[in-house]
Design a protein around this ligand. Sequence first.
Ligand code: PMP
Length: 458
Amino acid sequence: MQRDTLVALDRDHLIHPVVNYRTHERRGVAVLESGRGAYLTDNTGKELLDAFSGLWCVNVGYGHESIVRAAEEQMRRLPYATGYFHFGSEPAIQLAAKLVEFAPPSLRKVYFTMGGSDAVDSAIRFIVHYYNAVGKPEKKHFITIERGYHGSSAQGSGLTAIPAFHRNFDVPLPTQHRIPSPYPYRNPVGSDPEAIIRASVDALKEKVQEIGPDRVAAFFCEPVQGSGGVIVPPKGWLRAMQNACRELGILFAVDEVITGFGRTGPLFACEAEDVTPDVMTVAKGLTAGYAPMGAVLMSEAIYQGIAEAGGNDLPVGHGHTYSAHPVSAAVGLEVLRLYQEGGLLANGIRQAPRFEQGLQALLDHPLVGDARSRGLLGALELVANKETKARFDPALKLADHIFDAAYRNGIIFRAFGDNVLGFAPALCYTGADFDLMFERLRRTLDEVLDIPSVRAAL
Ligand code: PMP
C-alpha cells in the first residue's frame, strides 16, 4: 500500500499508545516494515539502527528464524488451548517450569498474561485476594515510587507514578501511595549511594507508619526505573528495600517487565542483589516481542493462602482467554534458549562496558548533563545548564527535534519528557553496532545543538 494511503488510514482510524493525539495527526505514522539483527527498515526503504529494542522488548534482535519456526510449528499443531476447565498445553507448562527454575528461589508459581500491564493488574488482584483469603482484609494499600511505571491497567496505572498516566483517568486510587525516587542525579539528599538508600528506606517506613502497618499490602518497585527516565538506583538499594519490607511485614513485589531477561546483565535484576521477592512481574523480553506474553510469579505462601481459602469447590475468579497462549509460550521457550545456550545473555554482559563507555564519553557534549546505565539499559539526561541542572523549556519541543534528527541519521531511541534519552540496545549488538550507534547519536546531538533556539537556551 502507498505510504500516503497508510498515513491517511492511520490518522483516520488507529489510536496509538501514549502519544499526543493532535501531534500524531499532524506528524503522521512512520511505518516500519522489516527487521534484521539490530536494524529496522521503514516503508520508504530507510535503514534504522534500533537502539531501543522496539519498546525495550526485542532483546534478541530481529529476524531469528528459530523463533519463527517454533511459532509456526506450534500454530500448525495447536494454535490455541484454553487454561480453563483444567486444560493446558505442553509449551506453557514447560515455560512455567523454566521460569521457576531460573527466577529467584522464593517464586514457585506462574500465572501467564498477554503483557506487562495485565501482569501487574493480576499481581494486584492476587495480592488483594490473598489478604482477604487469609483473614487480613484491611491490608489494601500499595506503595510505589515517584516516576515508577507499572502499566496502563485500570488499577496498575495508579501504581504508575508518572503524571501523564494519571491526568483525567481518576487515579491514583486512595489506596495507592508513593515515596520519592532514588534518583542519583537529582536527589535532595545528594548523590551519595548510602544516603540515597537510607532516604528510600526511611521514606518507606514513614509511609507505612502514616497509613498504618496493618493496612499496607505491598511495596512495588522496578529494579531500575524505566519509563520514568531510566533512573538507576545505587547498588544495594533493591536489597535494602526488601529488608525494609520484611521488617515492616509487607509484601515485596518487583516489576521486572523491563529489567528481566538480560536487560541489566543477569536473567533477572533480582539476581544481582540476591533478593527473593514475594511477587515478580515479567513481560517484554520473555518473548522478546515476537509474540505477546507476560507473567506474574508468586511465592508458595501466596498461592497456598489463595488455594486454601477456595476449599474444594470455589473457583478463583481471575482469568484471561489468552492466558498461557501456546504459541507465545513456544516462542518464550525458544527465546529463553537463545538467551542461554544461544549465548545472548553472555554477549549482553560482554558488551555492557562498551555501552557504558559510549554513554559516558558523551558527557563532554554541551547538551548532556548525566549519563547512566546498568547492563544494556541506559540514558542521557540533557540539561540547559550543567551547573544548575536546569531543564530545557518544554516550549522548545526538544524531544521532537531530537527524534527528527535521530531518524534522519538512522537511529531510533526514546525520549522521556524533553530531557531524558533512553537506550536499550538488543543483546545481539556487536562492537560495530555500538560504534555506529554512538557515531549516529553524537551527530544527532550536534545537529540539535546547531538549532538556533536550542543554542540560545544554553
Ligand atoms: N511494568 C513496567 C516496569 C513496564 O516498563 C511496562 C511497560 N513499559 C509495564 C509494566 C507494562 O507492560 P505492557 O506495556 O506490556 O502492558
